[in-house]
Design a protein around this ligand. Structure first.
Ligand code: NDP
Length: 394
């Protein structure tokens, strides 16, 4: 009985064979059969072999929690190599993500990436002070570079990184993920389309508690490695937001720094920074960062027609955008997507088509110059004028 049933299934005609009227849809198979490609709701990824190959340098908190898992959502980028001072950790990460053991490097052997044609891009996710060395070595090895923010601890180092990439004919992009985060992208689009009117004021605050017991926070409290305190680490989001939410470059800066003298965490770097920027149109920005206030990551752009409120603005996910107009406050619907995959795919696309990345080394250099000007203004206790390139005038 059973055999008969199976036999009759196998013998069933695969398709309806009646003659088709012209324009009629193709016949539908009655049994298991292949069908045409369905209409795709999302773009298909590049074939694995054509994806751009990335090496991640430094397997710390950000690399392991955010960046490496995001390759799964990337369409044009794939993880092919790891660089770490810990062989055990590198091997265990490599096993999880299918990276070949032949594609693991330590810092001393890093330059051997030159001989690995699978590596197109090197993503530098090291403590800030190490960004210049490894970005420059990667450029000299003929690789494109994505470098985390802040780009470096001094403008001169940023300039050396830019020169090395240009000299090698390779791309250099700074990991300003907010430029790829869908809510920030939408807010920028609202500003550019004129829906906000003229932006008069940007306020942005980035604050979190720093915890000395967490390894990722330990080097952030050492000036030689971090370059500064909350300003360089998270205040840079407020600074960069003031620029992309006005679409202007600041002409003057004032700042105040406050660091609790009795808190042993802050022997070398600052805690609270409040800073103000003036823009050519007369717009202003009131910005802040600290390592002691509760977790806040928000951006507001107050325009003559409407205000964009991002709160939270720069979380890894779950950001929100509202538009405030004369008639009230309304949530703006924005589809979630991985900002990390988007930023990596952007650089991969630039590598493929030769375009300049949206956040090149020059963008990182400008912020590093402005950070220097903010510290100088705090020291001077007065407004200081800025050159068009973000450096101090005079
Ligand atoms: P971690 O301390 O967690 O990771 C840094 C890694 O760098 C370490 O795990 C280690 O990797 C390697 N390393 C090499 N030398 C040193 C050293 N002397 N001291 C400490 N680590 C060293 O830091 P994060 O991942 O939080 O930050 C890394 C970079 O990423 C920073 O520039 C930071 O600003 C940026 N970042 C950016 C974020 C963003 O949203 N864009 C968010 C968080 C960080 P190994 O053991 O493999 O050698």
């Amino acid at each position: 009985m059973l055999g008969g049933a199976v036999g009759s299934l196998v013998a069933a005609p695969a398709v309806v064979t009646a003659a088709l009227a012209p324009g009629a849809p193709p016949p539908v198979p009655r049994g298991a059969a292949g069908r045409p490609m369905p209409k795709m709701e999302k773009e298909l990824p590049e074939p694995v072999g054509r994806k751009v190959g990335w090496a991640v340098v430094g397997l710390g908190q950000f690399a392991l929690n955010q960046i490496i898992p995001s390759f799964a959502a990337a369409k044009r980028s794939k993880l092919v190599a790891l660089v770490s001072g810990s062989r055990d950790k590198a091997e265990s990460v490599a096993e999880r993500y299918g990276v070949a053991r032949t594609h693991l490097y330590d810092y001393a052997a890093f330059d051997a990436i030159r001989d690995n044609p699978d590596i197109d891009v090197v993503y530098v996710i090291l403590p800030n002070a190490l960004h210049p060395e490894f970005s420059i070595r990667a450029s000299r090895a003929g690789k494109h570079v994505m470098c985390e923010k802040p780009m470096a601890n001094s403008p001169a180092e940023c300039e050396a990184m830019i020169a090395a990439a240009k000299g090698a004919g390779r791309k250099l992009m700074i990991g300003y993920r907010a430029h790829f985060e869908p809510h920030n992208v939408k807010a920028i689009a609202l500003r550019k389309s004129g829906e906000l009117g003229r932006v008069r004021l940007v306020t942005s605050d980035h604050h979190r508690h720093i915890d000395q017991s967490v390894p990722a926070d330990q080097w952030r409290l050492v000036k030689a490695l971090a370059g500064g305190g909350s300003l360089v680490d998270i205040g840079i989001y407020s600074l960069n937001a003031a620029r992309y939410m006005t679409g202007e470059e600041p002409v003057a800066v004032a700042a105040q720094v406050s660091t609790p003298a009795d808190d042993p965490r802050f022997r070398e770097v600052e805690d609270l920074v409040s800073f103000q920027l003036r823009f050519p149109s007369g717009a202003e920005a009131h910005l802040s960062s600290s390592y002691t206030a509760q977790n806040i990551k928000r951006i507001q752009a107050l325009g003559t027609k409407a205000s964009a409120v991002l709160d939270p603005a720069t979380e890894y996910e779950g950001n929100r955008l509202a538009l405030v107009t004369e008639t009230g406050r309304e949530k703006v619907k924005v589809e979630e997507a991985s900002q990390f995959a988007a930023e990596m795919d952007h650089l991969s696309e630039c590598v493929r088509n030769g375009a300049e990345p949206m956040t090149p080394g020059e963008e990182g250099l400008r912020d590093v110059r402005l950070i220097g000007a903010i510290y100088a203004a705090a020291e001077a206790r007065r407004w200081l004028d800025l050159n068009p390139d973000g450096s101090l005038a005079g």
